[in-house]
Design a binder for this molecule. Sequence first.
Ligand SMILES: [Zn+2]
Length: 198
Amino acid sequence: MTRQRLAPQTGTAFVLSRGDRLRVIDPAGQQVADCIAFARGDTREWLSSGRTLDYNGTIYLTTGHILYSNRSHPMLTITADTVGRHDFLYTPCSAEMFSILYNAPGHHPSCFENLCRSLGGFGIAPDQIPTTFNIFMNVALTAEGALSVLPPRSKAGDWLEMRAEMDLIVGLTACSAELSNNYAFKPIDFEVTREAPE
Ligand SMILES: [Zn+2]
């Protein structure tokens, strides 16, 4: 198990086998990491926000919650969480989002672009990338239904760990959206712990 580092505003993709544990660490604090997963055997099966929120009955996912696929199979279980606030409502930030919300012309690094590039190597097309599980992203919801994006609650060294419940292809980013990261882009670290060989 070696710790790997995503530079600010970058992403990667890798495989997990059933039983592997993925720990996502915020080394500097207040940095979001977007995470998405696809079934390794059939990438038409993907991590589903809708199914996950439905079966858990909450938008605030933490230790003990299971993240489900569009086919209602468990994909990941959250086994530990030192923060307790993450988001599964928002899609990954994208060039179009920066244009629509912030009238930002020209190129802006984004989680969507980084996921497209990383997952493309596994044959996953941009249109296959759904709502991401946004680790450390702090979204507040009012009784009237208004959403607001607040600074992450994560402090330096905080982490979330998930166990793979099937063989997966995982995409992971260090998010590029100013608002989500309290206006400073930091790295994201991650570690994969393999099941002991038999
Ligand atoms: Zn992002």
